[in-house]
Design a protein around this ligand. Structure first.
Ligand SMILES: [Zn+2]
Length: 132
């Protein structure tokens, strides 16, 4: 058994040596945690070993976010470029080519950008932010 002090009322509470988790103080009936790793710390420990091809998850996430933004910008500029081609110089342009550009901007480049940003969003762990 181990004797601890309730963090709320500072009365003594007896717990098993290997007790951990959330408990209710028998004196004040308020909850407290004992022997639990703080969530952020547990998460950081997990993240520390979590390197993929020598890069941390956050570095991958950051890279994906940048690529995603780049793809987004590219799709917009492809789209605007195609619209400009239509309005300025349709006689010399094949309409098929313009439509292909617009279609690939909307259905290929933009979704890739969205997926990359989504991946970055889910992979990002805020804790390791302050590591380096
Ligand atoms: Zn208490």
């Amino acid at each position: 058994m181990v004797e601890i002090l309730c963090p709320h009322c500072e009365e003594e509470i007896a717990l098993d040596d290997d007790a951990s988790g959330e408990f209710v103080c028998p004196h004040c009936e308020r909850k407290f945690e004992w022997n639990t790793e703080p969530f952020a710390e547990a998460f950081a420990n997990e993240q520390a070993d979590d390197k993929i091809l020598g890069m941390t998850r956050n570095q991958w996430a950051l890279g994906c976010a940048l690529l995603g933004l780049l793809a987004g910008a590219l799709s917009v500029s492809m789209f605007i470029g195609a619209i400009n081609d239509i309005s300025s110089d349709l006689t010399n342009m094949s309409l098929d080519g313009v439509l292909t550009t617009i279609a690939s901007a909307c259905f290929i480049v933009l979704p890739i950008g969205t997926i990359l940003i989504w991946f970055a969003y889910t992979a990002w762990s805020p804790r390791s932010y302050s590591d380096e």
